[in-house]
Every structure is written in C-alpha cells, then in structure tokens.
Design a protein around this ligand. Structure first.
Ligand code: PMT
Length: 219
C-alpha cells in the first residue's frame, strides 16, 4: 500500500545551476540540468509534502503541484532559501551553486580591448553552511559532487556544514551525476550510517533518498 511518509511536511528543494553574470551577454554557469532536484521535488510531492522548488535556469518544465521559484544567481538562490527556511521541515540542496561570482558586473556588453582580460571573482555565500548554522527543526540534505576522494569530501561536508545527510555523487563518471538521466549515489548520514544506491533513474534515486531519510525519522 502507498504510504505518505511526508504528509503535511514542508519541503524546500533547490535545483539546477546558478548563473553568474559578467556583462549583458556573458556569464559563468555549470553543467547542472536540474534533473536530480526536480526529481526530488516530484518525489517529495508524491509522498505528500508541500513542496517549494527553488530553481536555477533549466530547460525542464515546471512540475505540477509544486510552488515554483525561479532564480538565476547564487545570491538570488540564497535570498529565496533564507526567506523561507523557518517554515521548512526539510531542505534539500541538490542545486549546483557557484562558489565564485565576478566582483564586477557590467550592465552593457563589454567591448574587446588589446591584451588579456582579467576577471576577479569573489566567494558566494555557502547556502548549505548558512542553513547548518541557523537551522532548528529543519532536516538538512546536502549534495556533494566530486571527481575524486568522494568519501573524504562527503564526510567533511557533513561535519563542516552541519547537515543531517550528504548525498554524494561521483561526477567523474559521465553516465551519472550532471545532466544524465541516471544517478548513482552514496548517502552519508550524521549518525554514521552509509547507504549506497545503485545506478538507476534520477526519479527512482530521488524516491529512495527520501525513503532512507523518512524511515530513519520514524525510529
Ligand atoms: O542537475 P543534474 O544535471 O541532475 O545534476 C545533479 C547534480 C550532480 C548537480 C546534483 O546531484 C548535485 O550533486 N548537486 C550538488 C552539486 C554541487 O554543487 O556540489 P558541491 O560539492 O559544490 O556543493 C556541496 C553542497 O553545498 C551542495 O548541496 C550545494 O548545493 C551546496 N552549496 C554549494 C555552494 C554554495 N555556495 N552554496 C551551497 O549551498
């Protein structure tokens, strides 16, 4: 029988890439398609949650039955999440957020000049870290996209960001992680539990991630 493990819970999911503007037509972004985050938003909705999806620019269509908030930059994502965090029972950070943004954004299109162009970047706010520092009841799900030392970095993020679980994907493997339809992950829980989830569609992985989390809530 279908159980609604997230019935009535407020769940916020972030998904997709951020876009950091350089000038009117140029920007820095990353390869995130949004698929993993959208799959999580839909899975949470199907499990009975009230879902807010804070999304970067993707080519996916808006999931039905989900409050949709479109953002572009890391700063906009931070503001959207910060404003809503107090009411949430769970926050899932599947977005690929820029770690750096240009110090200066030019409103017009920059003109070509002789010689090299040097751009200076500053750090963006680490949203997950902020949430970890300011959370009370919120269950915090972070992601880790790594090409190497996946386990060490995932465990490090769990502690440093005060998350309840880190979902690590090994993005060096082109068949999983960014853009692909499938994913293969390992969940690292704060209580020491480790749960590998074998490769399958992001929809199924999303459901299993939520299942692993909520089954631990009930204990
Ligand atoms: O969108 P898809 O194409 O489906 O791909 C899915 C995915 C690979 C993007 C996704 O599964 C994933 O791993 N997302 C996190 C990618 C990432 O940015 O990882 P990170 O190791 O750089 O960041 C760690 C965590 O901190 C993440 O939860 C991230 O959302 C968060 N973060 C990072 C930087 C920042 N300034 N603020 C943050 O909150």
């Amino acid at each position: 029988p279908q159980t609604f493990a997230l019935q009535g819970k407020n769940v916020l999911v972030t998904a997709g890439p951020t876009v950091e503007k350089v000038d009117a037509v140029r920007y820095f972004t990353n390869r995130s398609s949004g698929k993993m985050g959208y799959a999580l938003a839909e899975a949470a909705r199907n499990l009975g949650a009230n879902v807010i999806l804070v999304s970067g620019e993707t080519s996916l269509s808006q999931p039905s039955g989900v409050e949709f908030i479109q953002i572009s930059s890391a700063e906009e994502m931070f503001q959207a999440v910060k404003e809503r965090m107090d009411d949430m029972d769970m926050i899932i950070k599947a977005a690929a957020v820029a770690d750096y943004t240009p110090v200066k954004t030019v409103n017009n299109k920059m003109k070509k000049q002789d010689g090299n162009l040097e751009l200076t970047f500053k750090r963006t706010t680490d949203i997950l870290k902020y949430l970890g520092e300011h959370k009370d009841k919120q269950y915090l799900v972070g992601f880790a996209a790594e090409t190497d030392n996946v386990e060490t970095y995932a465990m490090g993020k769990l502690k440093k960001k005060n998350a309840d679980v880190i979902v690590a994907n090994h993005v060096a493997n082109q068949e999983i992680g960014f853009r692909s339809s499938d994913n293969e992950v390992e969940m690292f829980f704060a209580n020491g539990d480790r749960v590998p989830l074998a490769k399958e569609s992001k929809q199924k992985i999303a459901f299993k991630i939520l299942n692993e989390i909520t089954s631990r809530w009930e204990d």
